[in-house]
Design a protein around this ligand. Structure first.
Ligand code: GLU
Length: 298
């Protein structure tokens, strides 16, 4: 019979996976008692996890279904081969890797802002890593590991615009944001004089901004920075951030064991540099590398 392994042992497995991932020969030391593995293949298997846990089930299945964004440069953007790239995608790959699941065995599902809770609740995805703000309202429906990044809401306008400099300038303006997002909710609640133009995904806001149908787009700074970078000379960000948007990994409500385990994986990656490396390979092309946030084990 298998019992829950002590914390240190789990970090042994994490370290082994990190070694394998960096293509260090698996023939060198194997202090976690497993067979090691070869090449860049992840080394964990179901036996590394408590029986009946979500970790054991996923490791046993050898695949995981991840909800992420498909239209957001820097965090989750589908490339020509149909696979998403970005910081969220790297975080998901790291979690999968710790379950012994290689990136080829990740099923990527597009989650837009409004379908993240329902997709988790009805089991269409195992986890959501999708610029997903942790908040109390969402915690009624899903659990969150993390945060693994702290964003904040801001505003994007046309490069030529000089009259919108902050949220108070949005009164009487058409403002695009996405249904089911915290920035859209914030505009509805706290800036009721702004005229909200809700869309299904952030990329749907770009054409309306170009053709003057809307005056501004609002959401998290890092999402908007991705659009500014992707469309040189067209758009700019204005003003400071005016909310806090801690990004969490969404999972089924009540699966505390899985949540704690993902938090362990995140913390280990903060310490051993894999989190910073994931950032530098993705969002880091445009944004400075921040310090990793403190995990909130609520
Ligand atoms: N982080 C915010 C949210 O979770 C905005 C970004 C998004 O919609 O994905 O609602």
């Amino acid at each position: 019979m298998r019992t829950t392994r002590p914390r240190l042992r789990r970090f042994g497995a994490l370290a082994a996976t990190a070694l394998a991932a960096s293509l260090v020969l698996a023939a060198c030391g194997d202090d976690d008692g497993d067979d090691g593995g070869s090449g860049s293949e992840p080394t964990a298997d179901a036996a590394d996890f408590p029986e009946g846990s979500t970790m054991a089930e996923l490791a046993e299945a050898g695949e995981i279904t991840v909800g992420t964004k498909f239209d957001q440069p820097l965090f989750g953007l589908v490339g020509p081969d149909g696979t998403p790239v970005g910081f969220d995608v790297e975080i998901a790959k790291m979690i999968a890797g710790e379950l012994g699941i290689s990136e080829d065995n990740i099923n990527w599902v597009e989650t837009v802002s409004a379908n993240r809770e329902p997709f988790i609740e009805d089991g269409q995805v195992d986890i959501v890593v999708a610029t997903y703000t942790i908040n109390d309202e969402r915690k009624q429906l899903v659990d969150f590991a993390g945060p693994y990044f702290n964003a904040g809401q801001t505003i994007m306008v046309l490069e030529s615009n000089s009259d919108i400099n902050g949220p108070d300038d949005l009164a009487g303006r058409n403002v695009c944001s996405v249904e089911g997002s915290t920035p859209a909710e914030n505009i509805r609640t706290n800036y009721p004089e702004a005229v909200l133009f809700p869309t299904g995904a952030y990329s749907d806001c770009l054409e309306p901004l170009r053709n003057g149908q809307v005056d501004a787009v609002t959401t998290d700074n890092v999402i908007l920075s991705g659009f500014v970078d992707q469309n040189p000379g067209e758009f700019k960000l204005v003003g400071d951030t005016f909310t806090e948007e801690p990004y969490g990994i969404g999972l089924a409500l009540g699966d505390t064991e899985f949540r704690n385990w993902i938090n362990d994986v995140l913390e280990a990656s903060y310490e051993d540099g894999r989190w910073a490396e994931a950032w530098e390979e993705t969002a880091g092309a445009v944004l400075e590398t921040p310090d990793p946030p403190q995990v909130d084990r609520y």
